[in-house]
Design a protein around this ligand. Structure first.
Ligand SMILES: NC(=O)c1ccc[n+]([C@@H]2O[C@H](COP(=O)([O-])OP(=O)(O)OC[C@H]3O[C@@H](n4cnc5c(N)ncnc54)[C@H](OP(=O)(O)O)[C@@H]3O)[C@@H](O)[C@H]2O)c1
Length: 301
């Protein structure tokens, strides 16, 4: 089966490509090679087409013939940057995925796109797939529109997820907060909010869902999140304990102490639909241990 992956240098792309079985033929379309991103092993596994996807969608269209699935990982997930530059966010987070999906429809190719917990205002958690959308910011509004337009078709899968932790490519444009904490022993205090809750998820668990969903030919919207509802403070407590850091350095903060768009107070996602399809959400304690082991073995810092 041929799969086209757009934006394979993303955090989720890295886990997905390392999880996909060798029975899949992978074509990766992205602006950087995997070697440039810092993981040359994937250059051997995938056929690569380098292009600036946003300005050259024709390059993508010319290469997807014969594909069964197209998975789009490209986005700008920096919520506050999107707020400051809504036009750029609209192009990457809304226009690009919709145009690509419409093109795939005409060629009988199924697509996967990703949505976010910020399609909800966080006042009525926990949320299931059919709850009414209530986005607060620009990024959430574009993700909500992708859900509305693609989430109810047999030809598209939309994975709604949230605060993901994992090991990004070494030369990634942004780090991952949990990864950063695991690889930088704190010497001064670390502030984390106690008043914003959701169920953080390990990137490996999302990759497991995605591979299963492709094999089972799933479509529609699926919530994919962790088994435990936590604040960022509680999440960091797990990391501090696993890394044997001094917990006295972890200090409580409020969401309003940080600049930028207020985060939804509780955007916990219910995952019963994904579980009914055969997936299992990970528990925080085990997932943090697994990730820490991988950090040690890959020696990425
Ligand atoms: N991570 C989370 O916590 C989270 C939570 C909820 C939803 N999601 C959604 O899940 C999906 C994957 O997220 P992720 O965190 O894995 O992504 P990511 O690590 O932030 O990677 C984004 C990808 O987009 C590419 N990209 C960014 N700007 C581009 C541009 N102007 N032109 C071409 N490519 C560009 C990057 O390429 P380069 O490597 O070349 O920069 C990279 O491959 C996204 O739709 C995201 O919104 C993520």
């Amino acid at each position: 089966m041929k799969i086209v992956v757009i934006g394979g240098t993303s955090l989720l792309g890295r886990y997905f490509l390392n999880t996909l079985g060798s029975d899949f033929e992978i074509l990766a379309v992205q602006r950087r090679s995997f070697s440039e991103a810092g993981d040359p092993s994937l250059d051997e596994r995938c056929r690569l087409v380098r292009c600036d996807c946003l300005s050259r969608p024709d390059e993508i269209r010319a290469n997807i013939t014969g594909a069964t699935w197209l998975v789009n990982f490209i986005s700008d997930g920096r919520v506050d940057a999107c707020e400051n530059n809504p036009k750029a966010s609209e192009q990457i987070n809304l226009q690009f995925p919709l145009a690509l999906a419409r093109h795939c429809e005409t060629h009988g190719i199924k697509t996967v796109n990703f949505s976010s917990n910020v399609v909800f205002d966080g006042l009525k958690a926990p949320y299931c797939e059919t709850d009414t959308l209530s986005p607060q910011g620009v990024y959430g509004a574009y993700k909500a529109e992708v859900e509305r337009q693609l989430g109810h078709s047999e030809q598209h899968l939309v994975i709604r997820t949230l605060s993901t932790y994992g090991i990004p490519f070494p030369n990634h444009y942004r780090t991952n907060p949990v990864f950063h904490l695991m690889t930088h022993r704190p010497e001064t205090r670390v502030r984390a909010v106690t008043d914003v809750f959701n169920n953080p998820v390990y990137a490996q668990d999302i990759a497991n869902f995605l591979v299963m969903a492709i094999r089972k030919n799933l479509a529609g919207i699926y919530n994919v999140a962790g088994a435990d509802r936590l604040s960022r403070y509680q999440l960091f407590e797990y990391v501090f304990r696993a890394c044997r850091y001094d917990l006295k350095l972890l200090t409580a903060a409020r969401d309003r102490d940080f600049p930028g768009l207020p985060r939804p107070p509780d955007s916990t996602l219910l995952t019963d639909k994904a579980v009914a399809a055969g997936w299992r959400p990970g528990h925080i304690e085990q997932d943090i241990k697994d990730m820490l082991e991988d950090v040690g073995s890959t020696k990425i810092s």
